[in-house]
Design a binder for this molecule. Structure first.
Ligand code: GLP
Length: 261
């Protein structure tokens, strides 16, 4: 696992945007895994700036969302499909028909999950999966206790995650769904490159447990330790509890400049 400690989220998202641009330059029809939440927002803004100035085009890519709330319509302002439409589809030159999300209103949720797995596999699998991390160490919506081999399925959120997500339900805080559909940890681990971004002191504990703690279902993000190409990009406050922070910095500054993340 590569841990990159940056001085600001802006510096971090520039690195991730470079990696994405390199991927798309190699493969115009690359498959991206999009995550929702506040952590990837500055990245989507940076990608938007690059598309606006003609430095990047995502016209050929396909994208799969990581997760979705159960019971929210696709056009609900708090649904992840709407969030991605607002932050990514409306902002970048990505083809809306090539962006897929889970339908949390499907009559048969299990069939929806199975079908989603099949669609990802039929597309050839995800090349680059963006991830955030929950304060309890979850990735996607894989809460503590999730099987490290889990596939896309329905999950029940912890009270902490419901509370954390209340801020996205303006004027209807009581409506935060308790149930979600999420790619499983086993599904996520099949992506060819995982990039987890975390900003701020509030994530420091989860980041330390994910990177330096034991591999355990109690911290789902610790599953990244199993992946052959996982990159964690954190700002200084989010890196605040990492024991080997000096080493990670040393590794990064010693890297040849041609080598991306
Ligand atoms: C939600 C999402 C996750 C995200 C997490 C952290 O639970 N399902 O994908 O990583 O929130 O969000 P934020 O980046 O806003 O802290």
């Amino acid at each position: 696992m590569e841990v990159v400690v940056v001085d600001s989220p802006e510096e971090g998202v520039a690195l991730v945007a470079d990696a994405l641009a390199t991927l798309v330059a190699r493969r115009v029809d690359a498959i991206l895994g999009l995550s929702t939440g506040s952590s990837p927002e500055p990245l989507y803004e940076e990608l938007g700036r690059r598309c606006d100035t003609g430095r990047l085009s995502l016209q050929g890519v396909r994208a799969f969302l990581l997760d979705e709330y159960v019971g929210l319509a696709a056009d609900d302002p708090a649904s992840y499909r709407t969030t991605i439409r607002r932050q990514v589809v409306d902002r970048l030159d990505i083809d809306p028909d090539r962006v897929s999300g889970l339908d949390g209103m499907a009559l048969d949720l299990s069939a929806e999950c199975r079908d989603y797995e099949a669609r990802i596999a039929a597309a050839g699998g995800v090349d680059l999966q963006l991830l955030g991390i929950g304060t309890d160490g979850h990735i996607g919506f894989n809460e503590p206790g999730s099987s490290l081999g889990s596939r896309t399925r329905i999950k029940t959120l912890t009270e902490q995650t419901v509370a954390d997500n209340r801020r996205f339900f303006v004027d209807r805080e009581q409506d935060v769904p308790r149930h979600v559909l999420t790619q499983g940890i086993g599904t996520i681990l099949e992506a060819r490159h995982l990039v987890l971004m975390a900003w701020g002191e509030g994530k420091a504990d989860a980041v330390a447990r994910a990177i330096e703690g034991p591999l355990t279902a109690l911290c789902p993000a610790s599953a990244l330790q199993l992946h052959p190409h996982a990159t964690v990009v954190v700002d200084v406050p989010a890196a605040g509890r990492l024991a080997l922070v000096d080493y990670y910095r040393w590794v990064y500054v010693s890297k040849p400049s041609w080598q991306g993340i």
